[in-house]
Design a protein around this ligand. Structure first.
Ligand code: GDP
Ligand code: GDP
Length: 437
């Protein structure tokens, strides 16, 4: 399970700056693509080679109890109460304030494990800044400068130490023959209608996967002779009226489901196009490097004219994931599902394909010869050889010289070249560039 870390603190201490420092995607290419919107409150920190964790920036938490601010505060509290760890953020420049005291008092009541983070310590005498908060009695204190990314690695280390044990491996990936699929999307796009149809319509053996907890129930199913494991379907099958605070929590569930699946099926509502919320769900799947299929649902309710409009809108708004297949379906009537599952298979096959070093180096050579990188300020990058380093998503190491001068455009060219050459659909493709040798 993806653990949850909540950022709590009064306004202006630097929570959103810290949030960005922790969640900023390593893949700048993905981050800069127009069309991807980012939710400013939920993200995932993925320390290299270590355990990932979800982060919620709770915004303002203190005081306000009425109106919109009240609703935000309520959500923030709900998030903090559920978190595996709370980071209590304070401002090292301003020192402890009455509002900090109030938040601390509230935090003590929640009894969640808490780490004190003293921010804005850039240019400060750190010990003096920490002393100001000594009376709070924390054993675990980390000084950081979020704006300058100082102390962030130490903070991540401390966070990882304090998170609960990973626990006995939930047996989610116990069966390699099964494709792990998650149906995700904003509320009302038709996720539970689809899952219920899949589970009801097929004469399949649906069974809860042993070892999965109440929070993440997976269900096995078979369709057209193939085996699947549907991730996080519990929340989909039993729907209940949820208040807004809980609704927000479904984002955490979405993040967890993305983490656990191999193929993410992002569902959209044909009648509503691609909303900001849809784009941020897509962004989460991209950040996680998941194989992706877009299911455009409720295709049944559309007139020909509306379908035409929808097609245009989708083409425009989904440009940033043009490598993902978009399938038109009706969860209600069960149409398009065969195509949907074919697309899931293609995405999975692409994402998990095993490449040989020779075919990868060959591809690089041809890409390089066909279109060498342009000269940048008198320098030109030299690409020497490449080899596969990971799958799901396919990741290639490229060795060469002056690789820093490679433009985003050229990196995209390489990506597209590899996609075409290896006929990869429905999966992100990543490159790591290694200078020298
Ligand atoms: P939030 O309201 O808690 O989310 O705070 P913000 O992240 O919006 O930051 C509030 C202000 O503090 C902004 O002007 C930031 O640029 C500034 N700030 C945040 N982190 C740091 C830091 O590490 N050092 C300094 N000097 N300023 C910071
Ligand atoms: P969820 O919140 O994503 O799980 O969405 P639901 O499955 O609860 O569906 C939301 C609403 O959309 C319900 O009223 C469904 O009956 C309706 N709905 C779901 N799928 C379809 C579809 O394919 N066509 C039409 N016309 N309505 C649908």
């Amino acid at each position: 399970m993806l653990p949850l870390v909540a950022l709590v603190g009064r306004p202006n201490v630097g929570k959103s700056t810290l949030f960005n420092a922790l969640t900023r995607s390593r893949d700048a290419l993905v981050h800069d693509q127009p069309g991807v919107t980012r939710d400013r409150h939920y993200g995932v920190c993925r320390p290299e080679g270590q355990r990932s964790f979800a982060i919620v920036d709770t915004g303002g938490i203190a005081g306000e109890d009425e109106g919109l601010a009240g609703a935000t505060a309520k959500q923030a509290r709900a998030a903090a109460e559920e978190a595996d760890l709370v980071l209590f953020i304070v401002d090292g420049r301003e020192g402890a304030s009455a509002l900090d005291d109030d938040i601390l008092a509230w935090l003590r009541k929640t009894a969640r494990p808490t780490l004190l983070v003293v921010n804005k310590t850039d240019g400060l005498e750190v010990q003096a800044a920490l002393n100001d908060f000594a009376r709070y009695g924390f054993n675990d204190v980390v000084a950081v400068s979020s704006a300058h990314r100082q102390g962030i690695d130490t903070l991540i280390e401390q966070v990882l130490k304090k998170l609960p044990e990973e626990g006995a491996a939930t047996e989610l990936d116990s069966d390699p023959a099964r494709i792990r699929v998650a149906f995700i999307g904003r509320p009302n796009v038709g996720k539970s209608t689809l899952v219920n149809r899949l589970l009801g319509e097929e004469r399949m053996i649906a069974s809860d996967v042993p070892g999965t907890t109440r929070d993440s129930v997976a269900i096995d199913m078979e369709r057209d002779g193939r085996l699947y494991r549907l991730i996080d379907t519990a929340g989909l099958r039993r729907k209940s009226k949820v208040d807004e605070a809980v609704e927000k929590f479904s984002i955490i569930k979405t993040l967890q489901a993305i983490e656990q699946c191999q193929v993410a099926v992002v569902m959209l509502d044909a009648g509503e196009g691609v909303t900001d919320q849809d784009a941020s769900v897509l962004g989460y799947a991209l950040d996680a490097g998941r194989a992706l299929v877009v299911a455009v649902n409720k295709w049944d309710g559309q007139t020909d004219y509306q379908r035409q409009q929808a097609e245009q809108l989708l083409a425009r708004k989904l440009g940033f994931v043009d490598w993902a297949e978009a399938v038109r379906i009706s969860a209600k009537h069960g149409s398009g599902l065969r195509e949907l599952f074919k697309a899931i298979h293609r995405a999975h096959a692409s994402a998990t394909h095993e490449f040989s070093t020779s075919e990868v180096t060959k591809a690089l050579e041809i890409a390089y010869e066909t279109n060498p990188p342009p000269v940048v300020r008198g320098h030109v990058a030299k690409l020497r050889y490449a080899h596969p380093v990971a799958s799901n998503p396919p990741t290639f190491a490229v060795h060469g010289n002056r690789l820093r001068t490679l433009s985003d455009t050229y990196r995209r060219y390489l990506e597209n070249f590899f996609r075409k050459r290896f006929k990869l659909v429905g999966t992100p493709v990543r490159f790591v560039f290694k200078e020298g040798a």
